[in-house]
Design a protein around this ligand. Structure first.
Ligand code: CA
Length: 226
């Protein structure tokens, strides 16, 4: 397990690096924002411990750049007590947790371990069935290698069908999961969206993957497992 520490205060940085190394991790230390970003982009880390107030680039900027570059290692923010309100901003930007300075090392270690466990449990970034692929990070869909443009709702619908492939999904479940609404039999919003989705992913391809189960709902059939 490899951890990147970005901390400009020399004593804290050394202490963190030494502590995490003694705890059995491989730990790299960067002492300013640009160095931290450079390391974060060039190496593959399982976790980033990121101070907010840093020379060059602050922690938020580093985090934003890492996420934009597709680096999804969990990030633990270190924040001074008077910046606690700012934690919301960090969490919105994709930090996974934060710790207020000063902190006990045992607390930091517990947080790191918990984030690493969560990180490991993270789901795969791609869902596949037959020749269909959903890239969950980039929100991209291809079938037989051909790129297919879906709206956000169509993507959510396809993701739900694919995650629960082989299961007949009633309209009420689809309504609550994809539209966050209670099923109203007067609306044909699901039928319309389903028709558009099938036109995009099934019409030009064989075999057909989505099937209507009359009076029940819809099912995604993976030809490799049925
Ligand atoms: Ca600092």
């Amino acid at each position: 397990m490899k951890i990147l520490i970005v901390e400009d205060e020399p004593k804290t940085g050394d202490y963190l690096k030494q502590g995490l190394t003694e705890a059995g991790f491989v730990a790299d230390l960067a002492r300013n924002g640009p160095d931290g970003l450079h390391l974060g982009l060039s190496e593959d880390y399982d976790l980033v411990v990121l101070d907010i107030m840093l020379p060059g680039l602050d922690g938020w900027q580093v985090l934003r750049e890492l996420r934009q570059a597709g680096r999804h290692a969990p990030v633990l923010f270190l924040t001074a007590r008077d910046q606690v309100e700012d934690r919301v901003k960090g969490l919105e930007l994709g930090a996974d947790d934060y710790l207020v300075k000063p902190f006990a090392f045992s607390e930091l270690l517990a947080r790191c371990r918990s984030l690493l466990r969560r990180g490991k449990a993270k789901e795969p970034e791609t869902l596949k069935a037959a020749d269909l692929e959903l890239d969950l990070m980039r929100r991209r869909v291809t079938r037989a290698g051909r790129r297919i443009d879906l709206t956000a709702k169509e993507f959510a619908l396809l993701e739900l069908l694919l995650r629960r492939q082989g299961e007949v999904l009633p309209r009420s479940l689809i309504a609550s999961q994809v539209w966050d609404m209670n099923f109203d039999s007067d609306t044909n919003v699901i039928e319309v969206a389903m028709r558009r989705l099938r036109a995009k992913i099934d019409d030009d391809f064989e075999p057909k993957l989505i099937r209507t189960v009359r009076g029940m709902g819809y099912v995604f059939e993976n030809p490799e497992t049925t």
